[in-house]
Design a protein around this ligand. Structure first.
Ligand SMILES: [Cu+2]
Length: 135
């Protein structure tokens, strides 16, 4: 497993192995310490089957884990507005993009190999849905 460190304008880009993380397809898990971890699995030419919109809060630290589970396919993840990109991920590879969410806006994420079928949005929003809200 290769380890690559790079410094982008707004963030640290790294590739590392995370064997203990086992998040499901649900994006946006808030963890202790204030880092929002999102797992994007590249499979069947999509991220998490549906290229989900990822909601993040303004200014929070977002950690996106990208996994390539597409046998025989190369994938990567770019967030052009933040000038972030992972290295090329072969089948079985994993990479992490970590950055601080901007104050507002929506950011596009995509795979540079399949920019038509593998792209989605990362939306900065204050809205926090409450699961058991009643009037
Ligand atoms: Cu791809």
């Amino acid at each position: 497993m290769k380890i690559i460190y790079g410094i982008a304008t707004l963030a640290i880009v790294m590739t590392l192995t995370i064997s203990t993380m086992s998040d499901g397809p649900r994006p946006g898990k808030k963890e202790f310490g204030g880092v929002r971890t999102v797992v994007l699995t590249a499979k069947d030419m999509k991220f998490n089957m549906s290229n989900p919109t990822i909601a993040v809060a303004p200014g929070e630290i977002v950690r996106i884990v990208i996994r390539n589970e597409d046998p025989g396919m190369k994938h990567d993840l770019l967030i052009p507005q933040l000038q972030l990109r992972t290295p090329v991920l072969e089948f079985g590879d994993e990479a992490v993009l970590q950055f601080r969410a901007p104050k507002t806006g929506s950011l596009e994420y995509l795979c540079s190999f399949h920019p038509v079928s593998m792209r989605g949005l990362l939306e900065v929003t204050d809205f926090q849905p409450v699961a058991s809200a009643s009037p």
